[in-house]
Each structure stands twice: as C-alpha cells, then as structure tokens.
Design a protein around this ligand. Structure first.
Ligand code: MN
Length: 202
C-alpha cells in the first residue's frame, strides 16, 4: 500500500504570524507531497513495499538515495506537522519535564541547546529532540532529510520533536533570518503531542 500525504488537521493560516499560510501551503502540498510521491515510486516493486515507514528507515541501506531522501522527507514532515499542531498545545509538564530537567538542567537549557543545533546546521536539515531506551533525552541535528531513525545518523533514538531548517520552511517570511524562525517555532510547539510521543517511545 502506498504512503499518503497526511492531512494537517488544521488550516494553513492557523500558525500565523509565526509561520505564514503561503509557506504552510507550499510546504505541505508541494514539498511534502513531492517526497511522498517519490517515496512511493522508489519502493514500488521492491521488498520495501508494504513495510512501515519506520521499518524502512531503521533498516535503510544509506546508499539508496531515493528512499533515504524521500522516505526521510516523508517521515520528517509527518512528525513536524504534529509537533506544531495548534490545537490544545498544553505545556511542558509531567514525566517529560522530569526527563528534560534530568538531561539538560531546565526547559530553557533544553530550548537553548535545540535552538543552537537548529541555527548551526549548515545548509539544509533538521534539529531533533530524541528519546532513548529508558527515557533519556538528547539533541542532535542531521543534514538534508536524514533523521535519527536511520542507521548511523545523528544521535539515534526516536525523534519526538523535529524542526525543519530548510529554507523552504521559512524563507518567504523570514528570508535569511533563521534564528527568528527558530524563536517563532517555540511559540507554536504542541507540548501535548511531544509528551504523547515521549510516553510512546521511552
Ligand atoms: Mn520541509
């Protein structure tokens, strides 16, 4: 069964003014849709067909650039749209807050480290907050559409929060001001979603 572009579950203008509607629409209908279509083409007729996207990425032959780039692009954006869902954002609390304090000292220190990973990623890529077995958190970044599920990439573990720092994610509104975009991202993070992902992954 082919992978499908997920519905966002919210309007393109729901993240204004932090992410503008035009950027969201192009990002979803062009970029994410493109990764989805090309992923399906790349796995069609291969033994990857019928596997879950997580299975595909965890067992990936990294020289398979079609699946690496488009499978990564597919999965990364699915996570990202959920991470910034504007409905019922909640706040950082409970066992996720405890894990953040254990790993980084405080919420602010975690945000600083994540923001630095996002700001210093040269060219295109992603910043990640990942959970490892036992619930320990760490932060890393990856180039292009790679992600920590892939063998030998980034910090490993399961990403529960991802930030897209490709220029297509922010250039219309922020031009070269990536740090401003990163600052805006923190205003739209859905902590309830991240907490649910933490509970599922730890
Ligand atoms: Mn993107």
């Amino acid at each position: 069964m082919a992978f499908k572009l997920p519905e966002l579950g919210y309007a393109y203008d729901a993240l204004e003014p932090n992410i503008d509607a035009r950027t969201m629409e192009i990002h979803h209908t062009k970029h994410h849709n493109g990764y989805t279509t090309k992923l399906n083409a790349a796995i069609e007729g291969t033994d990857l067909e019928g596997k879950s996207i997580e299975e595909i990425l965890k067992g990936l032959d990294m020289s398979n650039t079609g699946v690496r780039n488009n499978g990564g692009g597919y999965w990364n954006h699915c996570l990202f749209w959920e991470n910034i869902n504007p409905n019922d954002r909640g706040r950082l609390s409970g066992e996720l807050l405890d894990a953040v304090n254990d790993a980084f000292g405080s919420k602010e220190d975690m945000m600083d480290q994540f923001s630095k990973a996002a700001a210093t990623r040269f060219g295109s890529g992603w910043a990640w907050l990942c959970v490892h077995e036992g619930g320990k958190l760490d932060i890393c970044s990856t180039p292009n559409q790679d992600n920590p599920l892939m063998p030998g990439v980034g910090c490993g573990g399961t990403p529960i929060l991802g930030l897209d720092v490709w220029e297509h994610a922010y250039y219309l509104n922020y031009q070269n001001r990536r740090p401003d975009y990163i600052g805006a991202f923190w205003k739209i993070v859905n902590w309830n979603d991240i907490e649910a992902k933490y509970a599922a992954a730890k």
